[in-house]
Design a protein around this ligand. Sequence first.
Ligand code: GLU
Length: 460
Amino acid sequence: MSTATPPSDTAASPIPSRDPVFDELGFPTDPDNLYTQTVGQMLTAAEAINLQHRVRIILAQPKNEVMVHFPVRMNDGHHRLFKGYRIQHNNALGPYKGGFRYHEDVHLDDVKSLALLMTFKCALVRIPFGGGKGGVKIDPRSLAEDELQRVTRRYCAAISHIIGPDHDIPAPDVGTNAQIMAWFADTYMVSSGYADNDALRVVTGKPVSFGGSQGREKATGQGVADVLAEMLPGIGIPLHGMSVTLLGFGNVNSWAGRILQDMGANIVAVMDHTAALRNENGLDCHALAAYSEQNYGIAGYEKQPTATGAGTRADKGVEVISEEEFYRTKCDVFIPGALEQMIKPKQAEMMNCKVMAEAANAPCTPAGDRVLQDKGIEIIPAILANAGGVTVSYFEWLQNKSCVTWDAGHVDRELNRHMCAAAQRALDARKRYNCDLRTAAFAAALEHLGEVYKVRGIFP
Ligand code: GLU
């Protein structure tokens, strides 16, 4: 089953008029282009808060777009050329910050969009970072571990002159993990000549044994749960007993599922790139995460023996469903935590939920968004819902800088404080500007960025 549907977006409802900034900057006219869509959301909020024109055009393009090609020796002896990116969107609030992904479908405009979203996430949560993003066009599962290590080390070497602990700080994203961050940090430290502990700060999401933070691995999922716990009572949905469906079951959603299940939620359906599963009485996300980790996906989980007791699965009655049945499953909260542009009008029409919490970056197209809004579905946008990862990355960076370690409880409490404050900031902006929550979240972030541009001025 493929969850990565192509990004064609035939909207039933009318496309809003094109912002003049697009023509001024020569943007493509293709409405399916992810970067145009993402900038469009930002410009809607810029209009709502009457942001200065100069700040709008600055934020509509990244400061730096770096594209690299590097050769890597494969295990069969031949050399393969890889394409990598690092986009530095904005650093008005602090060093560029954002992960790098390994995926066969990485394109320049996707990485630009993701870098822009990082700028807004950091500004909304009020952490002193700007936005960046990177990627290598590669299917990480098709490579042996030592090949993956060599790709990582060459990618680091290729961009090492533009990153740094106080300038641009990468982290994990789709297809990358703590081990890859460790190879990346080691390469930077050894080759840059800054082999001291401070250079560890060049990347976050490292293993805890090598300068990583407690709570970083689950941080994005934890942040999704924190935002839901903060906002759902106001929407009239009790956390205990609420039904949830998860689109994607990688790092973010497998953690969101486990944490929400522990908070009393019923995870009624999960779909990843291998299968869709449903259980009206709730799937056991702990057992499902363990299974998925070993089997590279959830397909076949329903055939596992059930039993009660620690380390076994107790969720009897799991059924395999179609993609359409998955989208039509009735639930309180739908959590897309896979790739970009997966919720288009077709999927939005089928969805039967009260709230959509965007755990992935840009999972919903503007046309899909309009369908959901017409249906009265509350959308908690990605720059709020999935800001937990970068927030704990900030805590990791702070711990490395000050040579201290925080315990897991301290990380969780600080994350919760940041996520709740960001949620309140977005809700407050929604009241002031009388707009949807996505525009409000962008507006709350833009107010902060606009103020900083006002006091800093523009050089010269
Ligand atoms: N890749 C994550 C995101 O999209 C985390 C970025 C970071 O920790 O810097 O938010």
